[in-house]
Design a protein around this ligand. Structure first.
Ligand code: SF4
Length: 416
């Protein structure tokens, strides 16, 4: 979720007039930035609709904002001070980056694996899974040679299992068509299963030093705040590309993401410690500063049907009853249908049919809360006998792709 900032005018790159940015065109883009930036400085007015029309002015909302975009409180990045911006960000990254296992190598296999795992998953949740997965499948050949079930089993607990399936398909294609070697450009990488624009740019820039920018949620938020503009997706990619330090593209991309993850965070950005604050149009001016010095981003007004409404009233609530049946070191599990739209082929505890619950279900051993996308589940687990499913030896359970919920319950029960 990104926090919108008030629309401010561009003193820098007028993205609406920029040509599409390709690698190798950064120098030309810098010249273009300078020309359009100075033209816009004279106008000193924001666009009426920043997304589509950079030439329709509207007055600024307050004197405070006016001073921000007339340059009294900020020195936005331009083609002239880009080098200083890049240096400041890279210096900060070199000193303050988190030590993460995938940052120790430039091996495209490891970078690809970490990027897929990090999609929609927190870093803290990924670190252990990453190590275990790598131990089991140390290279692309090992991954391609295994079965899909083995990959799902190793992925168990990370959720969003489609990622694991695409990972496996991609590994097989890499071995079959590319002799197990990754293509070295973002464009070629995007032809592989499960690799989109972001992942391709991350692999190409970090592993092969191709000067292509990445945009994830963190980078998008940083750019929105740096520019003070409600950027469209294409504009965001253009800004990211224009900023990129082509001498160290992989480090620069990671620095932008790190900045968004650790400093320019959604609710309480740490502007006083930000390495690029002197280039930031938004810095502090649009934040509320509390008595204790904490800074809070103003929340956008809740709109009917907007994000805030989705978080509260549009979430779906469901209840599930399932059975934990354990005997002689084995446990009863059922496999979901291979064609199920949700977690196909994965293993879980047997569930009680909806109609029979009220009459014969005893008191639940324990109730778990579990959320998947927009649904919040209350999961009541009973220690009871059931004929559903089959006995799986607990010692072999790591070879089975079990669902995240099943893993959570088995851990709580001390089974695994
Ligand atoms: S100064 Fe504040 S708002 Fe601007 S980029 Fe840094 S942390 Fe984000």
């Amino acid at each position: 979720m990104f926090t919108r900032v008030p629309r401010l005018p561009s003193l820098l790159i007028i993205v609406g007039t920029l040509p599409a940015v390709k690698s190798g065109q950064i120098r030309r883009l810098g010249a273009s930035c300078s020309e359009t930036g100075s033209r816009y400085n004279r106008a000193m007015r924001p666009a009426r609709n920043r997304r589509t029309d950079v030439g329709s002015p509207t007055p600024p909302a307050t004197a405070e904002l006016r001073s921000a975009w007339t340059g009294e409180g900020a020195r936005p990045y331009t083609s002239k001070n880009l080098a200083a911006f890049r240096r400041a960000l890279l210096r900060w990254y070199d000193r303050h980056r988190r030590e993460l296992p995938w940052r120790k190598a430039r091996d495209p296999y490891r970078i690809w694996l970490s990027e897929i795992m990090l999609q929609q998953t927190r870093v803290a949740a990924v670190v252990d899974h990453y190590r275990i997965f790598l131990k089991r499948f140390p290279n692309i050949q090992a991954l391609a040679a295994t079965s899909e079930d083995a990959v799902l089993a190793a992925w168990s607990g990370l959720g969003y299992y489609r990622r694991a399936r695409m990972l496996y398909q991609c590994a097989k294609e890499l071995v079959r068509k590319h002799c197990g070697r990754f293509p070295q450009t973002a464009e070629a990488l995007q032809t592989l299963p499960g690799i989109g624009r972001y992942t391709a740019a991350a692999i190409a820039s970090i592993a092969f030093a191709e000067p292509v920018a990445v945009v994830d949620g963190n980078v998008e938020r940083v750019l929105q705040r740096l520019t003070g503009i409600d950027l469209t997706t294409p504009q965001t990619w253009q800004h990211a590309q224009a900023l990129l330090a082509s001498s160290r593209p992989g480090d620069f991309n990671q620095a932008m993401m790190e900045l968004g993850a650790t400093v320019c965070v959604p609710r309480q950005p740490r502007c006083p410690t930000c390495p690029v604050r002197k280039w930031c149009v938004t810095r502090l001016s649009n934040f509320n500063q509390g008595a204790n010095g904490t800074i809070t981003m103003e929340r956008p007004a809740s709109r009917p049907g907007g994000t805030l409404a989705l978080n509260s009233s549009r979430r779906i609530k469901k209840e599930i009853w399932c059975v934990l049946n354990q005997r002689n070191g084995s446990i009863r599990l059922v496999q979901r249908p291979r064609k199920s739209p949700l977690m196909p082929g994965m293993w879980e505890l047997p569930q009680l049919p909806q109609k029979r619950r009220p009459t014969w279900v005893p008191v639940a051993w324990r109730t778990f809360r579990h959320s998947i996308t927009v649904t919040d589940y209350a999961v009541h687990v009973h220690r009871a006998r059931t004929a559903k499913g089959k006995w799986i030896p607990v010692a072999n359970i790591s070879q089975f792709p079990i669902t995240g919920l099943t893993r959570k319950i088995l851990k709580a029960a001390g089974v695994i």
